[in-house]
Design a protein around this ligand. Structure first.
Ligand code: THU
Length: 130
């Protein structure tokens, strides 16, 4: 199962009546399972829930806890990068060498590691003296 195909497919289900900006995300865990998410907006909070957060919630609901690779697909002029909040959410479940692949519908691709996407991330080790 290709993460590209899965992200493209789930993007079609995005609920984005306010921004009109549909995003699809697909991630793979060490077991090989694939989880997908799309953005889902609402009238009170038009930014809604990001596609990446949806895929992460699906992964957690299935009892899995590690992201090896995640793809983010959107119809943007250049690859859409996860928002700040989503970077932290991905980092919670990803090693520093996990692959983040961002891609436009035209096929322009940007690949980064977790460490590149969120350098100096706040993590559990910062609370070691607490
Ligand atoms: N969005 C995502 O789902 N993922 C991203 O990486 C960037 C932004 C969504 C949130 C909102 O529904 C719309 O795109 C515009 O911000």
């Amino acid at each position: 199962m290709s993460l590209l195909d899965e992200a493209l497919r789930v993007r079609e289900n995005a609920y984005a009546p306010y921004s009109k900006f549909k995003v699809g995300a697909a991630l793979r865990t060490p077991s090989g399972e694939v989880f997908v998410g799309c953005n889902a907006e609402n009238v009170a909070y038009p930014e809604g829930t990001c596609a990446e957060a949806g895929a992460i919630a699906a992964m957690c609901a299935a009892g899995e806890r590690e992201i090896v690779e995640i793809w983010v697909l959107a119809d943007s002029p250049h690859p859409t990068t996860p928002c700040g909040g989503c970077r932290q959410k991905i980092a919670e479940f990803a090693r520093k060498d996990a692959q983040i692949v961002m891609r436009t519908l035209e096929g322009v691709e940007l690949r980064m590691t977790m460490a590149e996407l969120l350098p100096g991330a706040f993590d559990k080790s910062h609370m070691d003296k607490a």
